[in-house]
Write a protein of this length. Structure first.
Length: 148
């Protein structure tokens, strides 16, 4: 009798909280052509949680390359110098063919996304309008990718 009550209790808890038995959602894979409106502090950051937005809306970065991560371990544990050294040949290649973009930044999965199995590196094109003490970035509407 007690085992029936225990089983009924477990089933009722599961039915009342179905999310508790589901796996964590798989991180979203970035795509070439995605657009983002990033705050100035987020542009150079190695990872951000913001999702892509409609490119017809105001944005300041566009993804031009997505590759499998060149890192075997969580890139969030790498030094900034190691990150830059590994990422530069991947993201810098091809950008020189653009007549619009003047610079690039890269993003990799957040620690939680890495832990969930995300293994990508995203290269974003951007336009720097001022390189004084405070870097400013141009924003625009519509896709500007003009190279492959």
């Amino acid at each position: 009798m007690r085992s029936r009550i225990a089983i009924a209790l477990v089933i009722s808890v599961i039915l009342a909280n179905p999310a508790s038995v589901q796996a964590a959602p798989k991180p979203i894979q970035p795509k070439v052509g995605n657009c983002f409106l990033l705050a100035p502090i987020e542009v150079p950051a190695p990872s951000v949680k913001k999702g892509a937005l409609d490119c017809r809306k105001l944005h300041n970065v566009e993804t031009y390359r997505v590759v499998t991560s060149p890192f075997k371990t969580d890139p969030n544990l790498q030094t900034p110098v190691d990150l830059f050294t590994r990422v530069t040949p991947i993201c810098e290649a091809g950008l020189s063919g653009s007549k619009f973009f003047t610079n690039w930044s890269s993003k990799h999965p957040t620690p939680a996304e890495w832990k969930s199995g995300a293994r990508w590196l995203r290269c974003d094109g951007l336009v720097i309008t001022s390189e004084s003490e405070t870097v400013t970035y141009k924003s625009w509407k519509g896709k500007k990718l003009d190279f492959k």
